[in-house]
Design a protein around this ligand. Structure first.
Ligand code: AMP
Length: 452
């Protein structure tokens, strides 16, 4: 099958030829005709499958064919994404594909001044890519009207829920026109996502391009057991010993990220970081330098795990395991893309055994363990493996909303600076229930007057 067979407009075919996209990927083959036909969609697809073009191409085709001029402060298509980085990336894809079309595209996200966004929206935008918090701010300040929205795309819907955007999504759903096309993309499908889809989508076509909750096959994955305090030393050793080139490293906390970066720089190894404490411009620059090959090691918290489009990355290292098992899939999705093979190595200490077990259960595969000579842990990592049934769901603690940002203890770092984060309904925090207690999670005293 070719893109021309899918009936896309000539300027789109021209852009695709320029980009060197010869044939549609499986998700594109299925999604493009369905979107063109006006169907709602519920698509299980990870980053790297070509899902962005799967919704961007048919949307651009439809909007260009419609020729309707967008009203002032109005938008015709809304793409909701969880992070600023993904907003930039998706917007860039729309612009690339839609180069030869008179369809305007714009990205709006938090962490940067809202004024230029308000100014730009005055002229109306055909495709707006936005993060939920900033979009609601714009809506509440009357900078945006939803009455012309024809299509809503929820990209990485699971991630949006992970980041505590459930309330924002509910508010937005209530504000959007009921008569619209809705496309939901998610790497994983929790019960929460399924019930959202049931409530918000109209007889959606379900597309699944890789089996549910499995990791990309082309990635060789293994675990190196190690004592917690020796992880830094082990990473430095493996980097040198195995002569790794560019590596994307995931560390649980912002502090941990900075410590590793400092350690690398002390050895004159070029390293940069992406985490929520860094200004947007610095994060963008770190990503671009890494993509350009100017930085060898990019150390990130989970904020970077999704949507980063880095080609041919041979190495991903989980310095710490993610707290939410699904994030493992997203993290290692950075490597082994587009048919290339990659390696995903997890440095695991004894405390992380429950997290490892949750990952193995979710991905339905036991990860092999390979000790590094000289780094055998004194605290043995307990045996893990695929559990016969899903581990007991542990109710996720609420973080103190007044504090605004999640504590580092959870290893989450996707606070966008847009809204206080309240996470909801994530499975498998600590399957044994022995995890650390959240800071600031104490219930508020009853009857205390609310601040303004
Ligand atoms: P995505 O899953 O949307 O993040 O896309 C992953 C990567 O695949 C991006 O670098 C795209 O530019 C690329 N891509 C998407 N569709 C195709 C295609 N049909 N042929 C070649 N590359 C593609």
């Amino acid at each position: 099958m070719t893109f021309a067979d899918l009936g896309l407009a000539a300027p789109l075919l021209q852009s695709l030829a320029t980009l060197g996209y010869d044939t549609p990927t499986p998700i594109q083959e299925q999604a493009i005709p369905a979107v063109l036909a006006g169907r709602d969609l519920m698509a299980a697809a990870q980053t790297g499958t070509g899902k962005t073009a799967g919704f961007a191409l048919p949307l651009l085709h439809k909007l260009a064919a419609d020729e309707k001029k967008v009203g002032s402060n109005c938008i015709r298509a809304l793409v909701l994404v969880p992070t600023r980085e993904l907003a930039e990336q998706v917007n860039a894809s729309f612009r690339e594909y839609g180069e030869g079309l008179a369809v305007s595209c714009y990205a709006a996200y938090g962490g940067v001044s809202i004024n230029p966004q308000m100014m730009r929206l005055r002229r109306g935008v055909d495709v707006l890519v936005a993060t939920p918090g900033r979009l609601l701010d714009l809506f509440r300040q009357n900078a945006i009207k939803f009455k012309e929205v024809q299509v809503l795309v929820l990209d990485e819907a699971d991630r949006m829920l992970d980041l505590g955007f459930a309330d924002e999504l509910d508010t937005l759903f209530a504000a959007l026109p009921r008569k619209r096309q809705t496309l939901l993309f998610s790497a994983t499908f929790s019960e929460q996502i399924r019930s959202m889809a049931k409530a918000r989508l109209r007889e959606p076509l379900t597309i699944e391009v890789s089996p549910r909750n499995t990791t990309v096959k082309a990635v060789k994955q293994w675990v190196v057991p190690v004592d917690k305090k020796r992880k830094g030393e082990l990473f430095m050793f493996m980097l040198k010993d195995r002569q790794w080139g560019q590596v994307l490293v995931f560390v649980k906390t912002r502090k941990g990220v900075e410590e590793l970066v400092a350690r690398l720089r002390a050895k004159r190894i070029s390293a940069d970081s992406i985490h929520g404490d860094r200004p947007q411009a610095a994060r963008q620059k770190a990503l671009e330098s890494f993509k350009a090959g100017e930085v060898q090691i990019l150390v990130a918290t989970d904020v970077a795990a999704r949507g980063l489009d880095i080609d041919d990355l041979p190495q991903v290292v989980n310095f710490d395991l993610p707290i939410v098992a699904e994030d493992y899939i997203h993290r290692i999705g950075r490597t082994g893309r587009a048919g290339a093979t990659g390696e995903a190595i997890s440095l695991v200490c004894a405390d992380e055994a429950p997290l490892l077990s949750a990952i193995e259960t979710l991905t339905k595969q036991a990860l092999s363990r390979e000790e590094e000579p000289g780094f055998a842990p004194t605290h043995r990592v307990p045996a893990t493996g695929v559990m016969p049934s899903a581990p007991k769901k542990v109710k996720k603690p609420r973080l103190g909303a007044a504090k605004g940002t999640p504590g580092n203890w959870v290893g989450y770092d996707d606070f966008t600076g847009e809204k206080p984060v309240r996470r909801t309904g994530q499975p498998m925090l600590f399957p044994t229930g022995n995890g650390p207690k959240p800071r600031g999670a104490r219930p508020k005293p009853a009857g205390k007057p609310r601040g303004r």
